[in-house]
Design a protein. Structure first.
Length: 148
């Protein structure tokens, strides 16, 4: 039974793409396990998980119709959107905490460059999902306009 069918797909993605891949990759390259590598992997794992939660929020009706019980299906749309907002905020909070604790270098503070996009995502996720996808524009991408 796939993990996404019982609401564990999103947490599994966090673990696989964060601590297991990054922390495990570090252990294989360095020949030793490093708690710091595992801690440093948390923001990245949360980012990948957030993408998947967002995708599953978008596909809730389809998943529910196929009896696929993703985390958003189990939580409901409102709670799933709140989870995703918290996840995005936690990416930044965890990065800041890891820098303050000396577990990440100050170079990681470059994450602030992406803060305007994160804020826009948080605003969008704070609202109910639209009934239908936005229309494609002449540029061929949703939500953008073609150059004049």
């Amino acid at each position: 039974m796939p993990l996404k069918s019982i609401g564990l797909g999103e947490p599994a993605v966090f673990l696989v793409w964060g601590p297991l891949m990054i922390g495990g990759g570090y252990a294989m390259i360095a020949g030793q396990v490093s708690p710091v590598a595992f801690y440093a992997s948390v923001p990245y794992g949360l980012g990948v998980m957030s993408i998947l939660v967002g995708k599953h929020i978008d596909q809730m009706d389809f998943d529910r119709g196929k009896s696929i019980r993703t985390l958003p299906v189990l939580l409901g749309e409102r709670a799933a959107r709140a989870l995703n907002v918290a996840t995005v905020a936690l990416i930044y909070a965890a990065t800041a905490a890891l820098i303050v604790l000396g577990l990440l270098t100050p170079f990681a503070a470059l994450i602030v460059v992406a803060l305007p996009r994160a804020w826009r995502a948080i605003i969008l996720m704070s609202e109910p999902r639209p009934a239908s996808a936005p229309a494609a524009t002449s540029a061929g991408r949703c939500g953008t306009t073609a150059p004049a």
